[in-house]
Design a protein around this ligand. Sequence first.
Ligand code: LMR
Length: 328
Amino acid sequence: PVRALAAFALAFASLGAATALADGPILIKFSHVVADGTPKGQGALMFKQKVEERLAGKVKVEVYPNSSLYGDANELEALRNNEVQLLAPSLAKFEQYTKQLQVFDLPFLFDDIEAVNRFQKRSKGRQLLRSMEDQNIVGLAYWHNGMKQLSATRALRTPGDANGLSFRIQSSAVLEAQFGQIGASTQKLPFAEVFKALQSGQVQGAENPWSNIYSQKLHEVQPFISETNHGVLDYMLVSNSRFWYGIPHQIRVELEAIIDEVSYAVNKQAEAANQADRQRIIDSGRSQLITLSNEEREAWRNAMRPVWQQFESVIGSDVIKAAQTVNR
Ligand code: LMR
């Protein structure tokens, strides 16, 4: 019976492969908006490399970084149309498809990236991966970038210092409200336009993790960066549900195993990568780092915190409550 089972498994395996190979290897285009050297950029390349090693001839991966194939304005629609098969948009960019993920944008909700990690691993976080399946988007994993810092043309030490400035934000109503709380205006701009918008003075400030600031050279056009760690910028690795579940079983299982390994590696390395970029920014001497005392940070927290209440019914109080339990 063991031999029969093995033969069956073999036949089954080759059947899957044959389906995939009938029209050549399955092509997975992975598009994203950041540089290769960032946590997400590295994750995409690691995924490609492992697939090439373990699914050679069955699956082919093409990675398009830096908004070179699709950008923020159109990548999710391209995914739903199966013009691209993998993306890892920031959690702030799914507003059109689910409001629940806006929990990740709430300022000062998570104490640090470890708390974010715990939320993503627990049942509510896992559930959110499936929150867009009715719209043909399946969440495969969370990838960390890191905590956001505030950069500006002015030194921002108190919330009042931001008054009257215009900040570039990702397209999220929560982020718009967050800056409204400190008397600042906002412009929703695609990531590919951030450097130019800051350089030209179209906007005077932005919020980003260190890795995005460094790789986009934002510190060269933002003379001050306040280390606020006020919110998180993480990603959801997503695919087109119909495409994903249409992949022959054996191959999909291997792809999911690869994704688990890559996600583990990305999430393990992201914090160190951000700290290294933080140091590179300091060493460049182009931007002044402003560190906040506990009391100063508390003032930012108090100023921004009313946003939670504002979005409680939109996001769901169950989701917010679950997220609040992860701090230590
Ligand atoms: C941003 O638009 O600032 C980020 O979402 C870019 C990214 O993918 O890290």
